[in-house]
Design a protein around this ligand. Sequence first.
Ligand SMILES: [Zn+2]
Length: 339
Amino acid sequence: MTFESVSFLIFNVPLQVNACRLLLLFRFNTNKMRFTVLLAASWFAFAACQNQESDETVSTAEQEVPQLLCTTSIMADWVSNLAPAHMEVRSLLQKGVDPHVYKPGKADLDALRQADVILYHGVHLEGKIIDVLEKMQGTTVIDAASQVPDSLIVADANFPASKDPHYWFDPLVVRYTLEHISAQLSAQYPAYQEEIETNLENYLREIDATADSVQKILYVLPEDRRIVVTTHDALSYFARAFGLTVKTLQGASTVSSFGLREITELVNFICENGVPTIFLENIVSPQSMESVQRGCEKKGCSVTLGPELLSDSLGNETDQDTYLEMLLFNATTLVKYLQ
Ligand SMILES: [Zn+2]
């Protein structure tokens, strides 16, 4: 084989092995005395490079990063704990955004279309988003609450025919939810089933430990101080799980309206029960609770307007940005202001 014929072969290899071709040319630009030895070595190098290129192409295609899109920051944190580390998990809603009334915009619709898997809370939490999801085709959509027994779902205190969607505040209900998500992700990505199941076991253990901590934190509150007054009825599951009473202006959705009658009733309740603090929420405007506080002052009973509890979203602070921190943050905040 002549130098010219080898050069011809090298110049006609596919473009994707340009780097290897340059390596070979560099070697062939030496004097012809070393040509034969370099020829053999270079073809080995060429074959190795070509195989490596081919393997990388297949590998990239197989390992395309799955996009898991969750409706809320709470769901995104759950899924981050369950999914294999290489999968990308995002939340459609930013922290502090109310999922009850959120209407998806064009960018949201694009994100939903591009996702490989979409996960939502269900029980009508994400009213307008669910309307969109029900019309989607060709994307795996996981209703996280679909396997939760009806007996564990709380009825909306203000509208008993409706269900309360804030089940994430009861760790027992969360267990059903996470087991369902885990099973669905395993079905979608069977190669990662073992990893997902291990992640589930570990995370459930963390949740159980955190629930024990929450119980211990709240234990110091005497019976007559275990009353949580806030805007919308997001904490009924928390109250059921940890032995509290919740009173709110609105029902289990921020869509439900309230007026002077509801404010007056809540003011009367606060004054009659000597409630020391009422709380804001991180997804709701403070105005309604400010009205309640003013109503209490007019009635002659003083009440503190406490900080925001985390209701339908994680918080932005470092002690509020995971689901487990959310439970602990609410418990410590309640104790701090109700004790
Ligand atoms: Zn809510």
